[in-house]
Design a protein around this ligand. Structure first.
Ligand code: URP
Ligand code: ZN
Ligand code: ZN
Ligand code: ZN
Length: 483
C-alpha cells in the first residue's frame, strides 16, 4: 500500500519547493509531480517537512525519589500530536550500576512506543566496568554519552571522571553530552538559601544563576578540547553558556548548544507567582531565566551558534511536585513540552520572523539527525529516507490546554498560549499517526534507531588533533626515550 502526499510545498533545511511525495513500506520512494498512490493525503496550503526529532527526553525516568510521569506510550503520543516523529531518551544507570544493565531496563520501557526512538547513555560514575561497557553500548547503536555536572551526591560526575569518559568517547568515536551547571556551587547556594528560610520554588532559581551554567559550560568545552572530542551541551539556557559555546565555535572547536522551547518562551517571573503549585510546576534545571537570555538564545538559533531545539521533557504531576513543599530542593526537577515544541517554535520563531522555515526544520530535525548520526534515514525529505513526515498547516490554530493534551500530567507550562501552525498529518515510518489533527497512531509501532559511532565531525576533529597534538622535539644526540 502506498500513500502520496499531494499539493504541498516541501520545506527542508535548505530548500522550499512544490512537489508530491510518494511513500511505500515506511520509506519515501519518489518525490516529483503527478505521483499516484493507493491513498492520497491532501497538503494544499501546507508545508511538507521532516518530522521533528526531540533529542532530549526523560520518559518514565527514576529521578528525585519518583518516576517522571510520561512513559513511552503517553510521551510518544504527545510527540506525534505535535509533529515530532522521533525522541532520543536517556538510559540512566544509577551510580554503581552497569551501563548494559541500565540499557536492559530502558529496552523494557519501550514496548508501547508510538514513534521511533533512540537512546543516549548517561555516565553517572566512573570505573573499569563503565570504561569497558561504553564500547558494548556503542556497538548497540548508542553513540552519545551524557554527563551531569550538577545533582551533587546523585548523578554528578567530577572533572577527572568527565575527562576520562570524554577520552573514552574520543577513542570510540562517540560524542559526550553535558548538563552544564556547577553542582558544587548549586549545593552550597541551596544549603545557604534553605538555612536563611528561602524554601519556596523561587529559591530553586536563586540557587542556580546563569553564572553556574556559564562556568560549567566553559569548563566542559575546555575538557572536551583537551580530550580531543566534540561536545554537545544540553539545555543551554543563558547568555553566559551561549557565549562560551559561541567563543569555542569561533575558535574552531566542535561544540553544539541545545536551547529548550521552554527557555526560549518562558521566563523567571513564573517562579514569583503567588500560587506555589504554579511556580513548582515550572521548576527545572537550569531554571527559566530573565528575558534578556531569551534574546541571546533566539540570536543563537538565527546565527547558527546554537544548533537544536529540544524539550528535556521530564514531566511530573502536581502531586509529585508537592514533595517539595517546605523545601525547594525536593521538588522533582523537570517540565513537559513534547507536544508543544514544534507549534511553539513555529509561532514564536517563524511567525515572528526570528527564524526562517528552513531554519525551523534545521533546528527541530535535520541538525539533530546529523549531529546524532542518523541522517538521512531521519531528518530528511529524500528518496530512501524513512517516511517520518509532517504536513504542517500554517493557518491552523489552537490554544494550548492541559485538558486536551496527550501528556499524563494535570497541567501544561504553556497553558493558555495560542499557537498558529500545527500538523494536519503526521507520518511515522509511513503510518499516518495524526489525521486532521486527531491522533491515529499505533501503540508499539515505534522502533529503536541505531546510531553508529564515527560521525564525520568526530573524524575530522580526530584528524586535526592527530596533526596538532603535542609531540616530542627530535634533538641530535638525545634519545627520545630518555635512556
Ligand atoms: O530539570 C530537569 N532538566 N530535569 C530532567 C533532568 C535533567 O537535568 O535533564
Ligand atoms: Zn539536565
Ligand atoms: Zn534532561
Ligand atoms: Zn498507546
Amino acid at each position: 500500500m502506498s500513500t502520496v502526499i499531494k499539493n504541498g510545498t516541501i520545506v527542508t533545511a535548505d530548500l522550499t519547493y512544490k512537489s508530491d511525495v510518494l511513500v511505500e513500506d515506511g520509506q519515501i520512494i519518489a518525490i516529483g509531480h503527478g505521483l499516484k498512490g493507493d491513498t492520497v493525503l491532501d497538503a494544499t496550503g501546507c508545508y511538507v517537512m521532516p518530522g521533528g526529532i526531540d533529542p532530549h527526553t526523560h520518559l518514565e525516568m527514576p529521578f528525585m525519589g519518583t518516576y517522571s510521569a510520561d512513559d513511552f506510550d503517553s510521551g510518544t503520543r504527545a510527540a506525534l500530536a505535535g509533529g515530532t516523529t522521533m525522541v532520543v531518551d536517556f538510559a540512566l544507570p544509577s551510580p554503581g550500576q552497569g551501563l548494559l544493565d541500565a540499557l536492559k531496563i530502558w529496552d523494557n520501557k519501550t514496548a508501547r512506543a508510538h514513534c521511533d526512538y533512540s537512546f543516549h547513555m548517561a555516565v553517572t560514575w566512573w570505573g573499569e566496568q563503565v570504561f569497558d561497557e561504553m564500547k558494548a553500548v556503542t556497538e548497540r547503536g548508542i553513540n552519545t554519552f551524557k554527563h551531569f555536572m550538577a545533582y551533587k551526591g546523585a548523578l554528578m560526575v567530577n572533572d577527572d571522571e568527565m575527562f576520562a569518559s570524554f577520552r573514552r568517547c574520543a577513542e570510540l568515536g562517540a560524542i559526550p553530552l553535558v548538563h552544564a551547571e556547577n553542582g558544587d556551587l548549586v549545593a552550597e547556594m541551596s544549603a545557604k538559601l534553605l538555612a536563611e528560610g528561602n524554601t519556596g520554588p523561587e529559591a530553586h532559581a536563586y540557587s542556580r544563576p546563569s553564572q553556574v551554567e556559564g562556568e560549567a559550560t566553559n569548563r566542559a568545552i575546555m575538557i572536551a578540547d583537551m580530550a580531543g572530542v566534540p561536545l554537545y551541551v544540553v539545555h543551554t539556557s543563558c547568555e553566559e553558556a551561549h557565549e562560551a559555546i559561541r567563543r569555542a565555535k569561533m575558535n574552531g572547536k566542535r561544540v553544539w548548544g541545545e536551547p529548550l522551547i521552554q527557555h526560549l518562551t518562558l521566563d523567571e517571573s513564573e517562579y514569583f507567582n503567588p500560587d506555589w503549585d504554579h511556580a513548582a510546576r515550572r521548576v527545572m534545571s537550569p531554571p527559566f531565566r530573565d528575558k534578556r537570555h531569551q534574546d541571546s538564545l533566539w540570536a543563537g538559533l538565527a546565527s547558527g551558534t546554537l544548533s537544536c531545539v529540544a524539550t528535556d521533557h521530564c514531566a511530573f504531576t502536581t502531586e509529585q511536585k508537592r514533595f517539595g513543599v517546605g523545601n525547594f530542593t525536593k521538588i522533582p526537577n523537570g517540565t513537559g513540552g513534547l507536544e508543544d515544541r514544534m507549534p511553539m517554535l513555529w509561532t514564536y520563531g517563524v511567525n515572528t520572523g526570528r527564524i526562517t522555515m528552513n531554519e525551523f526544520v534545521a533546528v527541530t530535525s535535520t541538525n539533530i539527525a546529523k549531529i546524532m548520526n542518523c541522517y538521512p534515514k531521519k531528518g530528511a525529505v529524500l528518496v530512501g529516507a524513512d517516511a517520518d513526515l509532517v504536513v504542517w498547516d500554517p493557518e491552523k490554530e489552537k490554544t494550548i490546554s492541559a485538558k486536551a493534551q496527550q501528556s499524563a500530567i494535570d497541567y501544561n507550562v504553556f497553558e493558555g498560549k495560542t499557537v498558529k501552525g500545527l500538523p494536519r498529518y503526521v507520518m511515522s515510518r509511513g503510518h499516518v499517526a495524526v489525521t486532521d489533527g486527531a491522533l491515529t497512531s499505533v501503540e508499539g509501532h515505534g522502533k529503536f534507531v541505531a546510531r553508529a559511532p564515527g560521525t564525520p565531525v568526530g573524524k575530522a576533529l580526530s584528524t586535526w588533533k592527530a596533526l596538532t597534538n603535542p609531540r616530542p622535539v627530535a634533538r641530535a644526540g638525545i634519545p627520545a626515550s630518555g635512556v
